[in-house]
Write a protein that binds this ligand. Structure first.
Ligand code: ZN
Length: 683
């Protein structure tokens, strides 16, 4: 109640334009920004940046400049017309003198915002070309450009899909991405098969990852008079002296400026190798860089800058440019360290039968990082984890870095808070309050328990094959880790370890688990479809098993407990809600199911795994499914999300030396895109 009143006062003051509102607003970080088409823009908070040393801030500053300078590489990789079209659209947008409330202009603005978001004229996810909402006539009247460009924008047959994976056609020819020039799929495949055959098989480089493959037209040679040479297929490398040289030179410039501020000698070596690779394009150097990078685990600050993922190429060879600069989340890492140190206690006290427990268990310390900047193929739409490098042999011989990006997950969660889901699906104000108060904390702890302890607990009996559960294996494994987390979230040990503030907070995770497993996760599934994905099956399995096994008499485990339903599905005004009647007994049910699931895993009981998953984890009641989809549709939540970056400003003294770096979050979406285009463009 108090919160609602406070919010009303603040918005009233803001409307009146009084100064006091700004002071109060300061700690109210705005996670959600504008929404258009199928997109919702968000912001992430780089908490802890201000507390870094000047040296660390300076390192981040130069690395984020190096990150932003790669933007145009990706635009060109995505389609050869992208940069030209962006320029035309931005000029029109900035200089438009007509009525900005005009329907065509409004549609044009949305088109431009979508193009910005996708780093080109194709949808970032489906890779289909955008259909303009404005008329060709309006465009021709207001924009000066060639007929070719008009055709690329308006003709649905031209450059229709960025990455075509359909069978039976030439994938290169039918894809609009710009990794091959005048080369057929067959020619490209043959070219790289030859490279591979001649290369080092034990330590193969990632052939073709940093070049455009081109076929040069037959040329007349002077010597032989009128004879024609056979067409030549060759790679044009992406280096400081090859293709994308202007952008790469700027990236190298800022990497060199960052180098003196590196946190240790090894990190300097990482930067040196990366520069050398950008200069030569040598893929062996890239592997050396990857090894140095994966072994450089000490520094607080880390970064990725390069040609990394190959989803943008239908042949999966060419890598798109991306960058992220980040630093370790020390607080979150401390949390996972606490759990890790107490791993044996958790193993010894779990409700699992003794013969299935590990005598000695070692917890994993999960690494959580905070993104400081997102760029290239990680901006604005981004990943929430990093698992690199991609080279198989480097991973096998030198390991990989696997981290979650905590401040992005946090931003997604915080932004989702106001989207109406909780209002729509919470049984009452009481549940809503608990989730709002403790949901973020218990979400994090749930993940920590799941990852650091859950997956690592328990053991297989001697002679049991780890694959005996076959197709049901991953659902059972996820359920095991989730149940371990759920069981312990309600344990007084977590309060004792200082991980939870009181013995009530865990209820947020029980509400979330039951609501999600029984109702809300169905919004991600098409009506008529079954649950397929392992994590979703696991959530449904746990929630429905608890619902069924917590009914009436069956729930009354100990003598004297009245036969009530531990959980109920309540119908109100045609809407279904989850009501938890007894949290203690729900915990006992989680413990009981954990013991059974561990038994199934430890003994490799395929039939039991199959029956649990098929009975509880797969099907959706179609009437309930339809109801949930209808309720969700009314909330009008955007299916895709992306981030606006913070802005870093270097404060310099009269000698040009950086004396501080300031971070701010007030830049608007269009403002940011236009600034990037003017400041980080090499044309
Ligand atoms: Zn898992």
């Amino acid at each position: 109640m108090n919160n609602i009143i406070k919010t009303m006062i603040i918005s009233a003051m803001m409307a009146a334009g009084t100064g006091t509102a700004t002071a109060q607003q300061k700690d109210e970080f705005k996670y959600s920004d504008e929404r258009f088409a199928d997109l919702q823009m968000l912001r992430y908070k780089v908490e802890g940046f201000e507390q870094l040393s000047l040296k660390q801030k300076t390192l981040i500053y130069y690395l984020q400049e190096a990150a932003l300078w790669g933007r145009d590489i990706l635009w060109d990789q995505n389609c050869k017309y992208n940069l030209q079209i962006r320029k035309i659209l931005e000029q029109t947008y900035t200089n438009y003198k007509g009525d900005k409330n005009d329907a065509d202009f409004k549609a044009f603005e949305i088109y431009l915002k979508r193009v910005w978001f996708s780093n080109g004229i194709h949808h970032h996810y489906s890779t289909d070309k955008f259909e303009p909402g404005f008329s060709k006539e309006w465009f021709k009247n207001n924009v000066k450009c060639s007929d070719e460009i008009v055709d690329v924008i308006f003709n649905p047959k031209v450059m229709a899909k960025r990455v075509n994976l359909a069978e039976g056609v030439d994938l290169i020819e039918s894809s609009a991405c710009n990794y091959y020039d005048n080369v057929s799929q067959e020619e490209a495949e043959l070219f790289y098969a030859n490279q591979k055959a001649q290369g080092d098989n034990a330590h193969p480089v990632m052939y073709g990852m940093n070049s455009t493959l081109v076929k040069e037209n037959p040329v007349k040679t002077a010597k032989e008079g009128n004879g024609l040479c056979a067409p030549q297929i060759k790679e044009v490398k992406w280096t400081t002296s090859g293709k994308y040289s202007e952008s790469l030179k700027m990236i190298v410039k800022y990497l060199k400026l960052a180098r003196p501020y590196a946190e240790d000698e090894k990190q300097k070596e990482v930067i040196d190798k990366l520069i050398s690779y950008y200069e030569t394009g040598d893929l062996k150097t890239f592997d050396e860089y990857s090894i140095a990078w994966v072994e450089n685990t000490e520094p607080l600050i880390d970064f990725v800058n390069g040609f990394i993922e190959c989803y943008g190429d239908p042949l999966g060879l060419k890598c798109s440019w991306e960058s992220i600069v980040n630093f370790k989340d020390l607080e979150a890492t401390k949390r996972t360290e606490t759990l890790s140190q107490n791993a044996q206690w958790f193993e010894d006290n779990s409700p699992v039968a003794k013969e299935f427990k590990k005598e000695t268990v070692k917890g994993i310390t999960a690494k959580v990082i905070k993104a400081a900047i997102l760029a290239g193929d990680l901006y604005p739409s981004t990943a929430i984890g990093i698992n690199l490098p991609n080279s198989d042999w480097v991973r096998a011989e030198h390991g990989s870095k696997s981290v979650t990006i905590g401040n992005l997950t946090d931003a997604y969660n915080k932004a989702a808070r106001g989207n109406g889901m909780l209002d729509e699906f919470a049984f009452s104000a009481k549940e809503k309050e608990i989730v709002e108060k403790w949901g973020d904390l218990t979400d994090d702890l749930h993940t920590d328990l799941h990852e650091c302890l859950g997956h690592g607990s328990g053991k297989l009996l001697d002679g049991v094959d780890g694959d005996s559960l076959k197709a049901y294996g991953s659902t059972i494994e996820e359920a095991r880790a989730d149940l371990f987390a759920l069981y312990y979230l309600a344990d007084p040990k977590l309060v004792e370890l200082g991980l939870l503030p009181n013995s009530e907070a865990y209820k947020a995770s029980y509400i979330a688990q039951m609501q999600n497993g029984l109702i809300t996760q169905f919004v991600r599934i098409k009506l008529g479809d079954n649950i397929e994905e392992a994590h979703m099956r696991n959530r449904a399995l746990i929630a429905r098993w608890a619902l069924e096994n917590g009914r009436g008499r069956e729930s009354a485990g100990s003598v004297g407990e009245p036969p009530i339903d531990v959980i109920e599905l309540v119908k109100r005004d045609g809407k279904t809600f989850v009501k938890i009647n007894d949290y203690d007994r729900l915990r006992k049910l989680f413990g009981k199911l954990l013991a059974e699931i561990q038994r199934i895993k430890s003994t490799g009981d395929y039939e039991a795994a199959k029956s649990l998953v098929e009975n509880y984890g797969v099907r959706i009641d179609s009437e309930l499914h339809k109801e949930v989809l209808d309720r969700y549709a009314k909330l009008n939540i955007a299916p895709y999300k992306g981030f606006i970056n913070p802005v870093y400003k270097a404060v310099k003294n009269s000698n040009g030396k950086i004396i501080d770096v300031k971070i701010s979050y007030s830049e608007g979406y269009a403002e940011q895109m236009l600034r990037y285009s003017s400041k980080y463009s090499v044309e």
